[in-house]
Write a protein that binds this ligand. Structure first.
Ligand SMILES: Nc1ncnc2c1ncn2[C@@H]1O[C@H](COP(=O)(O)OP(=O)(O)O)[C@@H](O)[C@H]1O
Ligand SMILES: [Mg+2]
Length: 289
């Protein structure tokens, strides 16, 4: 399979068996999606909607009940598919007694870095995630935001071209979250493909090229932020140099008018948050009535 897509998920189902052997939890129910190289794709959905399970299946960390996942054309079940992937898990576990620099160095060593190369990588990554000043402090004293940054540095240590971030801003204050968003934007500019999930809709709106909305393991909406937030029921015309009189007779005359320039015909945008809530409510009323 080609490298047309950084990630491809085909009709993925994951059911976790229940403790009592009956039914089970349908964490992911028939999701198909694709992530193009260079794209920042954001998966949004409430807690328990299947975001982490989907990401883990893509990374080969969870065995799908059915369906296939591919990274750069390689099946997620093969370890080769993970060569180019960096992953920030939902609740990363780090050794509290190591410093920031020691932690990144630890992961660097796991990836085969040594000596000068390792030292330079640690400095570069701590700088990138804004932790240079805290490099020699132990992680036990780090805030949640700082730990997420260390998690990001860890995910980047092996120079991935595809980054999977499970709730990168969970538990981080708004300022810290903004920094993480900026880091993601810089990574995107450097050509990185990013797949993240979040419940912080505003940040998703700002940083993602495309967004998928997942609910109860089903991808219920997908598109660019502009497509999803486009309010198709309303139209707006943006005019330059239009007089108040002209505005009054807008409908009849604007296209024939010689002075006013028709600059744009567009649709007012709704907030991603309102689209998200509407998708959820519509789905609920359709399926639970
Ligand atoms: N290892 C597991 N065993 C049993 N159920 C699980 C397991 N992992 C996740 N689940 C269940 O699958 C559903 C989706 O979970 P998850 O993918 O973590 O959602 P999200 O990341 O969107 O919060 C939840 O109902 C969760 O309880
Ligand atoms: Mg999760």
């Amino acid at each position: 399979m080609s490298e047309e897509f950084a990630a491809k998920i085909v009709d993925l189902h994951k059911t976790f068996p229940s403790q009592w052997g009956k039914g089970g939890v349908h964490a992911v129910q028939g999701v198909s999606m694709e992530i193009k190289p260079g794209e920042v794709y954001g998966l949004i959905g409430p807690n328990g909607s299947g975001k982490s399970t989907l990401m883990k299946a893509l990374l080969g960390l969870v065995q799908p009940t059915s369906g296939q996942c591919y990274i750069y054309g390689k099946k997620s079940t093969s370890p080769e598919s993970r060569v180019d992937v960096g992953f920030l898990p939902e609740n990363p576990y780090f050794y509290k007694f190591l410093t920031g620099a020691e932690t990144v160095a630890f992961y660097g060593k796991l990836c085969g870095l040594r000596g000068k190369e390792l030292k330079e990588k640690v400095t570069e990554l701590l700088n990138l995630v804004g932790l240079s000043d805290a490099a020699d402090r132990r992680l036990g004293g780090y805030s949640k935001g700082m730990l997420q940054r260390i998690g990001l540095a860890q995910a980047l240590v092996q120079k991935p071209r595809f980054l999977v971030l499970d709730e990168p801003t969970a538990g981080v204050d708004p300022l810290g979250a903004r920094d993480i968003k900026d880091i993601i934007e810089n990574l995107k500019e450097s050509g990185m493909t990013v797949f993240l999930c979040s419940h912080l809709l505003e940040q998703v709106q700002e940083v993602c090229d495309r967004v998928g909305i997942i609910f109860k393991g089903i991808l219920i909406a997908e598109g660019t932020v502009a497509e999803l937030t486009r309010d198709a029921e309303k139209a707006q015309i943006v005019l330059e140099e239009a007089s108040p009189e002209l505005l009054k007779h807008l409908e009849e005359i604007v296209k024939e008018d010689g002075h006013a320039k028709w600059l744009e015909l567009s649709h007012p945008q709704k907030s991603l948050e309102s689209v998200f809530l509407k998708c959820l409510l519509d789905w609920k009323s359709k399926h639970q009535s």
